[in-house]
Write a protein that binds this ligand. Structure first.
Ligand code: NAI
Ligand code: BGC
Length: 269
């Protein structure tokens, strides 16, 4: 029989964006398993959000769904207001919402560019601003930090990605947004970090992992020999939000099965 999980996030609450699926769901459930109450943000998929809430409750935490577009300042303000009204505080933000709109360089439309930057980069910025304002309002609580922010970046904050310049630019931007905010906010004991996943099997890359030929190509980029599972990321987010990570700020945890290890150099150079 497995031991009950240590509930090191008890009496803390979290906002997780883009949490009706994939990594947002895994982060929500992992936080709930450690005792946090979770505001489960979704954009369109109310059923997916309801399933995340159910899984959080099964994990022993509290959760509720909250609709909102992270690229809308009004929606973000409303989302945080609702989270505070429901749980009294926001102690943790996982700025996870993101999307790809892929196209070759000259085929990429202005709309493809704007939408990806608006959601992946501006959306994270807006949520981080609201989180910091709320951390200040509520003051020191259950944690050694005033508040914790985790930005869901990507290996493509350092690995260039042809055919995805909007996405790579958004994640590269997110990385320096995270570091600059961390530098500015550390004096207030606000910790800001990022997770950079490699390929994790979710809706965002289903076209790749559901096709054996593309999967074979992907494995050439994956020294560890498997695609990631959302739980590989969720557990890390829970730890990063906890006091076990209290001395960590302005940093990125790369969880990628070795994708950033230049695997093509293994037998060359
Ligand atoms: P996903 O497609 O399952 O999740 C993305 C979520 O963001 C969806 O729930 C979607 O509804 C939500 N979203 C999109 N636009 C939104 C908006 N305007 N407002 C609020 N929510 C919105 O895919 P996945 O993989 O779970 O993606 C989560 C994050 O992880 C993204 O930021 C993605 O860039 C990042 N990531 C994913 C990797 C992977 O291999 N799956 C690897 C590296 C980073
Ligand atoms: C992308 C995925 C991709 C992974 C590794 C992520 O940021 O969203 O589609 O599989 O990076 O390339």
């Amino acid at each position: 029989m497995s031991e009950a999980p240590e509930r090191y996030l008890a009496d803390q609450s979290a906002v997780v964006t883009g949490a009706s699926s994939g990594l947002g769901r895994a982060c929500s459930v992992a936080l709930a398993k450690r005792g946090a109450s979770v505001a489960v943000n979704f954009y369109h998929d109310a059923d997916g959000a309801a399933e995340t809430v159910r899984l959080c409750e099964d994990a022993g935490g509290k959760a509720f769904p909250i609709q909102g577009d992270v690229s809308s300042e009004d929606d973000v303000k409303a989302m945080f207001a609702k989270a505070v009204e429901t749980y009294g505080t926001v102690d943790i933000l996982v700025a996870n919402a993101g999307l790809q709109m892929d196209a070759t360089f000259t085929e990429m439309t202005r709309k493809d560019w704007d939408t990806v930057i608006a959601v992946n980069l501006t959306g994270a910025f807006l949520c981080m601003q609201e989180a910091v304002r709320q951390f200040r309002r509520q003051g020191m609580r259950k944690s050694r930090a005033l508040g914790k922010i985790i930005a869901m970046s990507s290996v493509h904050d350092v690995i260039p990605w042809a055919g995805h310049v909007n996405y790579a630019a958004s994640k590269g931007g997110l990385s320096l947004l995270m570091k600059s905010a961390a530098q500015e906010l550390a004096v207030e004991k606000i910790r800001v970090n990022a997770i950079s996943p490699g390929a994790i099997a979710t809706a965002i890359n289903k076209s790749v992992w559901s096709d054996p030929a593309q999967m074979k190509e992907l494995m050439k980029l994956m020294p560890y020999g498997r695609i990631g599972h959302p739980d590989d990321i969720g557990e890390a987010a829970a730890w990063m939000a906890s006091d076990y990570a209290d001395y960590m700020t302005g940093n990125t945890m790369v969880i990628d099965g070795g994708m950033e290890l230049y695997p093509e150099f293994r037998d060359n150079g």
